[in-house]
Design a protein around this ligand. Structure first.
Ligand code: NAD
Ligand code: UGA
Length: 441
């Protein structure tokens, strides 16, 4: 099938590459010429495990190409995926300007039947807006070209995006056009071979399904984070509690890890957007309001622990920071807890030496030449001369450190661990003070 993907970010690039892998002829469009340049030169603009080889293989086979030429992209695909960003507006609602600009481009230039697929995460009712924008453009030039709008939200996780796309738990297709449904079924058949994973539903239910999934996952995390704070006060251990409840099949073991707050480009923005959608309908989503507030507070939990130990004036204190990305296996720092922790430490006068396996370039882009921040080439070199170690991302390479080396280096012999990486008794055995989330001190 001929496919165009509008927006070549995390979702667009993974979607394009994985659809090409199944034999489709895919053209990816982006308005950012620097991204397209990198891709055309054989590079990948993001860190995403396994993506480079899928892209390279399919470019080589002539099934995957990249362009900034809108007309070419509109002409290419019978199926036009819109995978552009939907960042939060000032009030938290999803900003649809990029989605609607993409839709208008399609309406302005299309000459034959198109299936326009909303892959971006968009509020309920967006498909109607996309339809209206395309109709408006068609009517301006008195075209009677036919099209259908489909909602096909994406559920991939950064750091596991290729795997998630190739082996999805489910594929949601919200559509009412029979021809479009047939095409979507055919397109996704190779991803759904062992069991039928494709659910066809009405467009609005599909749009809401995406927000419901992210909101549910965010709720689990905030719930566990609040429980972790209580566990600390009560002398209980949240890790034991997690295992104790996760074994109940109704609860399940995934996404129950307490930590220093959820980040990323999706949970924070999607929770806010769903709250705004509901408020536009005169409804308050009280549970989600609490989920969001709890997460904001949780991003400060490490700072609370640090100031309880060292006081609010941190002038002259130096911290080693392990992890900058919002989660492992990505260089993405959007809404990362590290950013909150760094800003709070800077405010109090501390200096920080940070290490992250892949996100240090992104941090340099965000923080520029900050006088209170420098970078280390390895976890161990970050420790030199530091008062304490702070961990905010659970990269595998932090899981089995040399505790003797840590003890030798840290002036205050303390680890503030926002991801509960170690057994408290083990760390204490090395003469270190270990402050983690929701466990017995
Ligand atoms: P991103 O910011 O990485 O990429 C978006 C790309 O779209 C950018 O490269 C931008 O230059 C391009 N773009 C903007 N307007 C354009 C236009 N008119 N024509 C062509 N290109 C245009 O965003 P992302 O992380 O891939 O997210 C995209 C959408 O998918 C969002 O709605 C997001 O919520 C959703 N989503 C993201 C993930 C994820 O893990 N990142 C997972 C599921 C869903
Ligand atoms: C999330 C969802 O998991 C995807 O299904 C969805 O497609 C995506 O958002 C999206 O809509 O963009 P992602 O943000 O890439 O994916 O990463 P997650 O693995 O979900 O982690 C999000 C945040 O939650 C991270 O900061 C992580 O550290 C935190 N988290 C996750 C916890 O604190 N505890 C957990 O148990 C799990």
């Amino acid at each position: 099938m001929k496919i165009s993907v509008v927006g070549t970010g995390y979702v667009g690039l993974v979607t394009g590459a994985c659809l090409a892998e199944m034999g489709n002829d895919v053209l990816c469009l982006d308005v950012d010429p620097s991204k397209i340049k990198i891709l055309r030169e054989g590079g990948i603009p993001i860190h995403e495990p396994g993506l480079d080889s899928v892209v390279a293989r399919n470019v080589q086979a002539g099934r995957l190409a990249f362009t900034t030429d809108i007309a070419k992209a509109v002409a290419h695909g019978t199926i036009q995926f819109i995978a552009v960003g939907t960042p939060p507006d000032e009030d938290g609602s999803a900003d649809l300007q990029y989605v609607l600009a993409a839709a208008r481009n399609i309406g302005r230039l299309m000459t034959d039947y198109k299936v326009v697929v909303d892959k971006s995460t968009v509020p309920v009712g967006t498909a109607d807006k996309v339809k209206a924008a395309i109709e408006d453009e068609l009517s301006k030039r008195e075209s009677d070209a036919r099209f259908a709008v489909v909602s096909n939200p994406e559920f991939l996780k950064e750091g596991a995006a290729v795997e998630d796309f190739m082996r999805p738990d489910r594929i949601i297709v919200g559509a009412d056009d029979e021809q479009a449904i047939l095409l979507m079924r055919a397109l996704y058949a190779p991803f759904s071979r062992n069991r039928d994973k494709l659910f066809v539903m009405d467009v609005r239910s599909a749009e809401l399904t995406k927000y419901a999934a992210n909101a549910m996952l965010a709720t689990r995390i905030s719930f566990m984070n609040e429980l972790a704070l209580l566990a600390e006060k009560m002398g209980a251990d949240i890790e034991q509690v997690r295992q104790g409840i996760g074994s109940d099949a109704r609860i399940g073991t995934h996404f129950l890890y307490a930590g220093c707050g959820y980040g990323g480009s999706c949970f924070p923005k999607d929770v806010k957007a769903l709250i705004q959608t509901a408020s536009g309908e005169g409804q308050q989503l009280r549970v989600l309001q609490a989920v969001e507030a709890a997460n904001e507070a949780q991003k400060l939990v490490l700072i609370d622990k640090i100031t309880s130990r060292f006081g609010h004036d941190l002038v002259g204190k130096r911290f080693a920071l392990w992890g900058l990305a919002f989660k492992p296996n990505t260089d993405d720092m959007r809404e990362a807890t590290s950013r909150v922790v760094l800003e709070e430490l800077f405010k109090r006068g501390a200096t920080v030496t940070a290490y992250d396996p892949v996100a240090m370039d992104e941090a340099k882009r965000i923080f520029g030449d900050h006088t209170q921040l420098d970078y280390a080439s390895s976890p161990n070199t970050a420790l030199a001369g530091a008062d304490a170690l702070i961990i905010v991302t659970e990269w595998k390479e932090f899981r089995s450190p040399d505790f003797e080396q840590i003890k030798k280096n840290l002036k205050a012999s303390t680890i503030f661990d926002g991801r509960n990486l170690y057994e408290p008794d083990l760390v204490k055995g090395f003469g270190l003070t270990y402050e983690s989330i929701g466990r017995r001190a």
